[in-house]
Ligand binder design. Sequence first.
Ligand code: ZN
Length: 445
Amino acid sequence: MGLKINIKEIFPEDYSFYGQKMYNLMVKLYPICRSITGDGVRKTLNHIKEDIPIKIAEIPTGTEVFDWTIPNEWNIEDAYIKNAKGDKVVDFKTSNLHVLNYSTPVNKKINLTDLKKHLFTLPEYPDLIPYLTSYYNENWGFCITHKQFEELKDEIYEVVINSSLKDGYLTYGELYIKGEIEDEILFSCYICHPSLCNDNLTGPVLLTYLAKYLLKIKENSKLKYSYRFLFIPETIGAITWLSLNENMVLKIKHGLIATCLGDSGNFSYKKSRIGNATIDKVVEKILFDSGKPYNIYDFFPSGSDERQFCSPGLNLPVGSLLRTLYGKYPEYHSSADNLDFVKAEYLTESFRHYLMVIYILENNKTYVNLNPKCEPQLGKRGIYRKIGGQKEGSINKLAILWVLNLSEGNNSLLDISIRSKISFDQIKKSSDILVKCGLLRDISN
Ligand code: ZN
């Protein structure tokens, strides 16, 4: 079908340069050593706050959140392994992935056999540093390339991890944009991975600019839905937010988890647990209309924060729109998921899909045809004059016939666009013409 959409017409505010802006923000965030708690999260949120007015929440260690407890806050200054000669053979300063995230502090001399119990590598990718964490199981360790591992001699090493695990806070950021109704569209991302781009920084940078764009749109036009943006540590952050906001989660009518949005791969959509929620239909329609290959995954209970939003006691309509699914590319959770792996142009494409989600949800109305017995005479109402050039025109006429035929009150414009395989925008424009001619009545609630 191809995209019959003039995105500039839908979103007059140019966004084409946002890919580079998102990338630039990622360059700023990349060196920060993040975790599920600590100053790395605060620094990250403070950078985001320069672009959008997020509120930063600090939830104390020990707070009970559903079945979980907010852990001690983790911070790290430095870490290294020195050989017998005193040379640093592993250095946190060259890559923050070198430290097992949430390592307890350590400062001791150790022989190679004992050291190896605390070393982690990726033998199948000998040049890459793996990303590993140990949040709830106290341990210390170093993640190194398999090449580094093989070069270690049988000697005494000095290992230092200058970290702290103390009472503190879990920190997250939130932005609420009020629309005409209280029903909400949720966009959530996580901010807990250290120097890793596709999984994870592409989520926060895309949502920062999506929020910025919405705030700009709001200056000149109305938003129907209210919007909530969450920048939370993965899993424990989602559990914390849901636990603290349980009384209002039913306002969330549509939601997406944003991650893995800057690689060159095809788009993927992981459906909500509901499976046929409006958000599921919207995203599938956008991917179908793109004319490019894409993957649809049914919900599964591993992955990212959709696991919490879609847990059985909440079962919210939250899916995840990504490019290549996490775990399905070799760079995933390794030092190769870096600033070279993601590109501004792919971020722009992802941004466009997220904008289209908003466009469809904001404009998805349901109508009834006021002249349902046989086709209404379109010519006498001047509808043919409103239809554009030859080729486009024939598409528009078909779109008009579909809208008239399926507007019985139980099909939304989205439903009609899916069934007709015509772009949502064409269907929406056709309905606008028919409303002006008095042939349709809006019965959306
Ligand atoms: Zn991850």
